[in-house]
Design a protein around this ligand. Structure first.
Ligand code: HPA
Ligand code: ZN
Length: 322
């Protein structure tokens, strides 16, 4: 364990860390009926054909999250596994709107997540922070309303915002006002773009939303001018190789654009995205790149250094990590 490369994880959805054992445990605790029986029944559903088929399963399982304690247990569990994967810093997305839509009070979500972040730092030595993730297919009006309320009631508990869920048909341009509100509050800004969506969505994220990082961004490789810009501006890309393969975004790890992205001198980081669903945590992704794509130790160390450089940390805190 001590020989793992220290790394930051910048692209992980806390709901995507809900291991099937915990889904079953929380369903029992909360009297929620699941779409399948037991851990094996749940796992049998983890065969995805694109982003939407994954989101359907993710959202169904999320129904077990009801109380502050549920959010706490899920998050501390993730932080333990992250630590065991060499993660020293985790910036964690949470789908606030999805939980509110099921009738969970906003305070329960924030209180549970924030308590686990604090205990994770103290007990595990993992620095962690929260990114409120806008659910893009619920539209910009709800996003704006929920963000304003979160700012009013819990501003000190999250450091930034993201934009995820069904990408196609929900372009970044719709969320200009949401990102302007975040910028005015001093919140950091990242955007899922170029996972299933076209390179134009990556441009919109940069030009219209002021994105400081791009989550995924792999389809940017289809556009040489955009690649040149991402390189020149050193825009961090939070790439999630095992997730891309498991969701059928790319056919196999061998065909993943990550090596080409590295050759293009893009600022690539490697992340788990939804580790309980896609076959691995942070170190599992690094290991797959080493064992299946033959990335050498120097390249992997560069990726890990990038992850700290791309983290939303002030320079002094950054210096403590590596
Ligand atoms: N992409 C878009 N939305 C998501 C993802 C993802 O990888 N994970 C959780 N919500
Ligand atoms: Zn994601």
């Amino acid at each position: 364990m001590g020989r793992l490369l220290p790394k930051a994880e910048l692209h992980v959805h806390i709901e995507g860390t809900l291991e099937p054992e915990l889904v079953v445990g929380l369903a029992r605790r909360n009297g929620v009926t699941l779409p399948a029986d037991g851990v094996d029944g749940l796992r049998a559903r983890y065969r995805f054909e694109g982003l939407q088929s994954f989101l359907d399963v993710l959202n169904a399982n999320m129904a077990v999250l009801r109380t502050e304690r549920d959010f706490y247990d899920m998050t501390l569990g993730y932080l333990r596994r992250a630590r065991d994967n060499g993660v020293r810093r985790a910036e964690i997305f949470f789908d606030l709107q999805a939980h509110l839509a099921r009738g969970v009070p906003m305070d329960a979500v924030f209180d549970g997540l924030a308590a686990a972040v604090a205990d994770g730092e103290r007990e595990l030595g993992v620095s962690a922070a929260l990114l409120l993730c806008i659910v893009r297919d619920r539209g910009p009006e709800e996003a704006e309303r929920v963000l304003r309320e979160a700012i009013r009631r819990h501003r000190d508990r999250f450091i930034g915002i993201g934009l995820a869920s069904a990408e196609l048909g929900h372009p970044p341009s719709l969320f200009r006002e949401v990102y302007a509100i975040a910028a005015a509050e001093g919140l950091r800004r990242t955007v899922h773009a170029g996972e299933e969506g076209p390179p134009g969505y990556v441009r919109e994220a940069l030009d219209l939303l002021g994105a400081e990082r791009i989550d995924h961004g792999i389809r940017a490789m289809e556009d040489p001018d955009l690649v040149a810009r991402l390189r020149a501006e050193r825009v961090p890309l939070t790439v999630c190789p095992l997730s891309n393969v498991r969701l059928g975004i790319v056919p196999s790890l061998r065909e993943h654009p990550l090596p080409a992205m590295l050759r293009a001198n893009l600022m690539v980081t490697v992340n788990s995205d939804n580790p309980a669903y896609v076959g691995g945590y942070a170190e599992d992704n690094y290991r797959a790149l080493r064992d299946e794509l033959g990335l050498d130790p120097t390249t992997l160390a560069t990726i890990a250094a990038n992850s700290f450089d791309a983290a939303f940390l002030d320079p002094e805190t950054r210096a403590r990590f590596q």
